[in-house]
Design a binder for this molecule. Structure first.
Ligand SMILES: C[S@@+](CC[C@H](N)C(=O)[O-])C[C@H]1O[C@@H](n2cnc3c(N)ncnc32)[C@H](O)[C@@H]1O
Length: 394
């Protein structure tokens, strides 16, 4: 009997049972070491429930369910790969390129005519409104149809080791498409790592000079590795692609008035990740201050992007958050700040035509004050991705 050290009495009205648990089988729950009292994902969901139920009202429950379900991917085709059947193999599985789908041959023709006119443009001119409805058809991103949740197989390397496609949230190609890179453009990717959008920018084959920057050294190393797996060595070794690990805020000052196109894909609350994954979660208690400071950092980065753009140049601001505070509010704040502090005037570009164009593939939020937002939806589970396009006027 001495071996039995724990005795539990379970008493109810009719019976008494006695359970003995041997010491060697006793398990002590290690709360502090193994289980956080409040998992960051739960804190994130609680935060989202509070703010997004107000912001999206009746739409929030369906966005929430989609965000907690498996995300859909797209295969960004690597046109540098010599693998011959990448697109036809994916098409045979039922995938379609969401970018060229819906373009009539007439529009494609108009697009290529517009391309040829822009290549002779003086870099200080403002672009005519007609040119601002362009989309680079050189970028190809294949997705499974709505409601089809099949997964892509890993990409295969070609004879030189370059991979055939890059898997990413297909909605994250939209900010690059909205940026509308034209032949001969200089492009700054201010927060570039791990590099999905940088790779999409290079797929346009229009970039004359690309500066891909990220504050984090380790993430810039990842970006470099990604490019090495997708882009021929010769192109990387040319002086046309520059990779740096600098604070983007500095580049606004040192590279003032320089780029035709600037992508400002800022750090944000990465809502889908925060709701699903504990690792590197911004809602962990120790990162509260960092999270609260995000809108300020985002505003400063967007202003830096406006500074780096030339007169007439375009800037696209993007996040992967649903938060109005990190999206529309940041854009409006940055526009006022740039005007008041730096005398830089920027104009918001209407992207409604753009959302319309891709509404068969993505579910866009209705009625935003500025920009467009892809909402996660069970039938088209991409996003969230917010984007707003601006043109620097002076
Ligand atoms: C949303 S991620 C960018 C994703 C990337 N554009 C892509 O498509 O793969 C935001 C990035 O901003 C970087 N970042 C944070 N603060 C920054 C700063 N002050 N200047 C430049 N980059 C910064 C982070 O290291 C992070 O890699």
């Amino acid at each position: 009997m001495a071996a039995y050290v724990c005795t539990r009495f379970c008493i109810n009205k009719f019976k008494v049972s006695i359970t003995f648990i041997q010491r060697r089988y006793r398990v002590k729950t290690k709360w502090a070491a193994t289980r956080p009292k409040f998992p960051s994902t739960e804190l994130a969901l609680h935060n989202f429930d509070t703010t997004y139920s107000m912001q999206f009202k009746d739409l929030w429950p369906s966005i929430r369910v989609a965000m907690l379900c498996e995300q859909k991917y797209g295969a960004l085709i690597n046109s540098f790969s010599s693998e011959p059947h990448i697109i036809s193999d994916l098409e045979a599985q039922g995938c379609k390129d969401f970018i060229s789908v819906g373009f009539s041959s007439n529009e494609v023709h108009q697009h290529s005519q517009e391309d040829s006119t822009t290549s002779h443009r003086d870099s200080t001119e403002l672009e005519p409104a007609a040119l601002q409805h362009n989309i680079s058809l050189d970028i190809k991103c294949l997705v499974f149809p709505q409601g089809d949740t099949s997964r892509f197989k890993p990409a295969r390397p070609d004879s030189s080791g370059l991979l055939g496609y890059y898997l990413l949230d297909a909605a994250s190609v939209l900010p690059v498409l909205a940026l509308d890179v034209q032949p001969g453009h200089t492009v700054l990717d201010l927060c570039a790592a791990p590099g999905g959008k940088t790779l999409a920018l290079l797929q346009t084959h229009s970039v004359d000079y690309l500066w891909a920057n990220d504050l984090s050294v380790s993430r810039t190393t990842r970006l470099r590795r990604t490019l090495q797996s997708y882009v021929p060595k010769e192109l990387l070794n040319e002086n046309k692609i520059h990779i740096s690990s600098t604070d983007g805020l500095q580049l606004g000052l040192t590279e003032e008035n320089r780029f035709d196109r600037v992508l400002v894909d800022v750090p944000c609350t990465t809502d889908r990740h925060s709701a699903m994954v504990e690792e590197n979660n911004l809602f962990t208690r120790s990162r509260t201050k960092e999270r609260q400071k995000l809108p300020l950092l985002q505003t400063q980065l967007l202003v830096a992007g406006m500074q780096a753009a030339r007169r007439g140049g375009h800037i696209v601001y993007s996040t992967c958050s649903l938060s109005q505070l990190q999206n529309e509010c940041v854009v409006q704040q940055a526009i006022s700040l740039a005007q008041e502090e730096l005398g830089i005037t920027v104009q918001v570009q209407d992207l409604r035509w753009f959302a319309q164009r891709f509404s068969d593939t993505f579910h866009f939020a209705p009625h935003l004050s500025v920009g467009e937002l892809v909402l996660p939806h069970l039938c088209a589970n991409f996003g969230p991705i917010y984007m707003c396009k601006l043109q620097r006027i002076n």
